[in-house]
Ligand binder design. Structure first.
Ligand SMILES: [Zn+2]
Length: 487
């Protein structure tokens, strides 16, 4: 079988375990208490709005809008499967939150909720009204529970110091300040260079905002560290957590993803041209969901400051950074998170990323049926996106800033013409279509779709028959399948 002999022994040993091979199930994303949760959000929103203390109508409106947008965003997360409602994982995080609150009397009156999101990007966020969100993309990069605890403490510190509220307040004050109005009026009267002067104004403001953000990070680190000190967690891991954040742009697994091996088929030859690298392509930021917006006072990793933050933390704690391997339970969560981001990236429409994560994991786990299915599924969706001229919505552009292996994959995807992508999807499914796999509804459906996209009439018809026999009109894809005709 492909790839097998390229797997280093060590990794095989690491991945031997109980998370075995084909039992990955996406985590639950629906809360049992959804309507209750939403009611609570609505109540909190109303009380925030009620407590706006300004007589200035415009400022009041701005603040109200801010609270509304924040609330819409959070309820959107709850209603649309962005958060995880899994008993074990939620309990793990709740335990950490409880421990920190219990050991720090000053936190006892704060009402907080700690959620885990399915996002792949490594971050955690304080929304400023008691909601803290920890991304799976960060969990999978950490080594132990103590590091999680430090990050939770850091987020709690942001909330405790009311950073989000202060930032919002200052923005509103600035936007309505006489000083800004005067500056704008002056620029308006000038004959030349209006645009340049206005952009300079904006740049100064953003610069100031960033400086501000850095200050907040340092404050949250040191207060978070104080909170952590009173708990059962190992404070040396605070320094180590910052060190990990500092290196977080490098992907977790730095192995070759073997594009050529995976996409070389008996009846379809791999073209060298597909791996050509186009120079000087511009980075296009097309993944909007990544932008957490104005209330994300918190991008945990604020380069280039992690170094400085680490130095401060080492000073505070007197500890060196020591990597410590987490216990079994923790490592299981990390593994779950590794697989979960394959699924969530797909669900959020980031097909290029989902494909990449699946290909990475396949290096460690080459027989994993879930990964084999997801690779095929992503190829089909990528092809469909290209057909609808929506490729850029689902795949980032290559850029040297990306991790090298990911960039290679992005290049490869950009180089494929529609017909080539369709045939790759088709041959991928043909090659992997064992009788057992064809009993799986998703695999069969995507094999069928790949035949449709590649205009392979006879296999389309035979997959349709197969689907009818196995799933009939009860099949979840039955309606779509009826509409598929090659013209
Ligand atoms: Zn922060």
């Amino acid at each position: 079988m492909y790839l097998k002999n390229t797997i280093p022994l060590l990794l095989l040993l690491f991945f031997h375990s109980t998370f075995s091979q084909n039992n990955y199930q996406p985590l639950n994303t629906v809360s049992k208490d959804e309507s209750q949760l939403l009611d609570q959000y609505e109540n909190r929103l109303q009380s925030f709005i009620k407590n706006i203390s300004t007589s200035d109508k415009d400022k009041k409106t701005d603040k109200e809008n801010f609270y509304n947008r924040r609330n819409n965003r959070l309820t959107h997360y709850i209603e649309n499967g962005h958060l995880i409602f899994d008993e074990d994982i939620n309990l793990f995080f709740q335990d950490i939150l409880d421990e920190v609150v219990r050991k720090n009397p000053s936190l006892q009156d704060l009402e907080m909720r700690l959620f885990v999101s399915r996002y792949f990007w490594p971050n955690a966020t304080c929304y400023g009204e008691g909601t803290l969100i920890f991304n799976l993309g960060l969990l999978r990069r950490l080594e132990n529970e103590d590091q999680v605890a430090f990050i939770v403490c850091h987020e709690i510190a942001h909330y405790y110091m009311d950073h989000v509220e202060h930032d919002m307040h200052e923005r509103v004050e600035y936007l309505h300040s006489e000083e800004l109005q005067e500056q704008l009026n002056r620029i308006k009267k000038e004959e030349y260079g209006q645009y340049d002067k206005a952009s300079q104004l904006l740049k100064d403001y953003i610069y100031d905002d960033r400086r501000h953000g850095r200050l907040h990070e340092e404050e949250a680190d040191s207060l978070g560290y104080e909170f952590m000190k009173h708990t059962r967690y190992d404070v040396s891991q605070a320094v180590r957590a910052l060190e990990i954040l500092d290196e977080i742009d490098h992907e977790k697994y730095e192995m070759d993803i073997h594009i050529r091996t995976l996409f070389t088929f008996e009846n379809y030859t791999f073209r060298d041209r597909w791996l050509d690298k186009e120079e000087g392509m511009l980075y296009q930021k097309n993944l909007e969901a990544r932008n957490d917006g104005e209330w994300n006072s918190d991008s945990l990793k604020t380069h280039p400051d992690c170094d400085e933050r680490m130095r401060l933390m080492t000073g505070l704690s007197g500890k060196e950074s020591i990597p410590i391997k987490g216990n079994e339970t923790f490592l299981e969560f990390v593994k779950q998170a590794d697989y979960e981001i394959v699924q969530s990236s797909f669900d959020f429409g980031f097909y290029g990323r989902s494909l990449y994560y699946a290909m990475q994991l396949l290096q460690h786990d080459s027989d994993n049926e879930y990964l084999i299915r997801m690779i095929g599924q992503n190829l089909v969706y990528l092809c469909h996106a290209q057909k609808k001229h929506e490729f850029a919505k689902h795949v980032e552009k290559p850029h040297s800033r990306n991790e090298a292996q990911y960039d290679l994959l992005l290049n490869f995807l950009q180089n494929l013409r529609f017909r080539e992508l369709a045939l790759l999807g088709y041959h991928y499914h043909q090659e992997h279509a064992t009788p057992t796999r064809l009993e799986h509804e998703d695999f069969l459906f995507h094999a069928l779709l790949s035949s449709y996209l590649a205009k392979q009439e006879s296999s389309l018809e035979s997959y349709k028959d197969m689907y009818q026999k196995q799933f009939g009109s009860d099949g979840q894809y039955n309606d779509i399948i009826q509409t598929l005709q090659i013209d």
